[in-house]
Design a protein around this ligand. Structure first.
Ligand code: CMP
Length: 136
C-alpha cells in the first residue's frame, strides 16, 4: 500500500555534492518526492528529531554534525517506502553497509552516514509532523 517516509539528506550529503545522486536513486526506484526543503537544522530541531537519542553518548557530536550546514528534508511516497528507503540507505554504520546501498557506496562513518530514513510507521508519522506539518 502507498506509504510516506521522512528522509533527511544530512550536511555531509550537501557538502559533498551528493544530493542529486541520492535523490536520483530514490526517483529511479519509483519513489515520489511529495515535498522537499533545504533546511539549516538548529539545535532545537535536532533535539526534537533525535528525541530518542538525546541522552546517548554519541548524541553531542551527532548534534554538532547535523547542525554543521544545510540538510535537505524530503517527504517520499511509495509502496512500502519506509522499508525500501532503509534497505537503500544500508546499515547505520556505513563501515558495515553493503555495496549498492547509499551508505555502502559513498560513506565510511558511523555518524556521517549521508541519510536518515524513518524506521517505522510510528516514527514516520512523528517525523512528518515535525518536519512537514502541512503534510501531517
Ligand atoms: P540516523 O539514521 O540519522 O539515526 C541516528 C543517527 O545517529 C544515525 O543515523 C547516525 O548518524 C548516528 N549514530 C548512531 N549510532 C551512532 C554511534 N554509535 N556513533 C556515532 N553516531 C551514531
Amino acid at each position: 500500500a502507498p506509504q510516506r517516509s521522512f528522509v533527511l539528506l544530512k550536511p555531509d550529503a550537501v557538502r559533498r555534492g551528493l544530493v542529486g545522486a541520492i535523490l536520483s536513486r530514490f526517483e529511479s526506484r519509483g519513489l515520489k518526492i511529495v515535498a522537499m526543503d533545504l533546511r539549516y537544522v538548529d539545535g532545537d530541531l535536532a533535539d526534537q528529531h533525535y528525541a530518542e537519542h538525546v541522552e546517548r553518548d554519541f548524541y553531542p557530536p551527532l548534534r554538532t554534525f547535523v547542525t554543521s550546514g544545510p540538510s535537505v528534508a524530503v517527504l517520499l511516497e511509495g509502496d512500502q517506502v519506509i522499508e525500501v528507503v532503509r534497505t537503500m540507505n544500508g546499515a547505520t554504520d556505513a563501515r558495515k553497509a553493503a555495496p549498492g546501498t547509499i551508505r555502502g557506496d559513498w560513506a565510511l562513518s558511523n555518524r556521517e552516514n549521508l541519510v536518515h530514513g524513518s524506521d517505522s510507521a510510528e516514527s514516520a508519522a512523528r517525523e512528518i509532523a515535525l518536519w512537514f506539518p502541512d503534510f501531517a
